[in-house]
Design a protein around this ligand. Sequence first.
Ligand code: NAP
Length: 306
Amino acid sequence: MNVYDLIIIGSGPAGLAAAIYAQRAKLNTLVIEKAMVSGGQVLNTYEVDNYPGLPGIGGYDLGLKFREHADKLGAVFAEDDVVRVEDEGDGKVKRVIGQDHTYEARALIIATGAHHRLLGVPGEERLSGSGVSYCATCDGAFFRNKVTAVIGGGDVAVEDAIFLARMCSKVYVVHRRAELRAAKSLQEKLFSLDNVEMVWDSVAEEICGENRVESLKLSNVKTGEKREISLQGVFIAVGITPESQAFEGLVDMEGGYIKAGEDCLSSAPGIFAAGDVRQKQLRQIITAAADGANAVTSAERYLMKH
Ligand code: NAP
């Protein structure tokens, strides 16, 4: 079997930045990606306004640019779903077991990112795809001139609400506190929109509807007051969960995030964590890309020693 110098698992901004750095470092590298379209969560972002040098670029376009850059440098990709990794320790070959194939490498970068979290209320699962969505840029167009609600108060919720306000007749933003977590610039944009109504201190209790979403039952956490809003769409944006199940027992984690510092060194020698799957302060495209660069630098140092 071909033993690669480096296998990168994941092809979001962290994985693709790592692929670019690995190609430039002339490491014999394979990138394993779950989906054929690279880019990770950035693909579902309507507009990215904080990536230096590219103000207002579409998330999909930015994801594509990362991929084109890696392709241009000759990065090699395989499409597979990694199930687990077998590691016998420092200096030993790491075996990556995928759904379709097994791969081997001397070093490994885990850049599997994160996926959206479920809200866990009645009606959510049953009406998922029938008015309940986790991606405004994917599904927003189905709600033209309709009433929708976004649940959450982070960057994603606010970006989604701004995006939806362009096409929906009304957008409610339901947040469990009276202050948003999202960046102040996003908040300003949101508050300037006439067709957005904030529903503060409130949580969703149930998403109702027979075959499609018809209403949302809310409860005010401070007053206990109940309210039911008639609407056609509910967009859930209550955070992310790291995509790390395949690596349980392999590397130390906390809350599902792989423990690693800025050098991306995990608890297992030769295994590095980059991007949203790593325990870190700020999960953005720029920090994911920076991790990709750091992880390859650390991997190069490790490979030189072994
Ligand atoms: P997030 O920042 O963790 O925000 C999640 C939001 O959902 C919070 O407002 C939280 O409320 C709320 N929430 C969590 N669980 C809830 C529940 N069970 N019921 C009701 N509300 C709940 O997640 P995110 O917005 O998905 O963003 C993920 C990461 O990507 C963040 O680090 C974010 O900064 C980054 N991101 C950056 C950009 C950008 O830079 N342009 C764009 C998108 C995402 P509390 O506030 O009360 O905790």
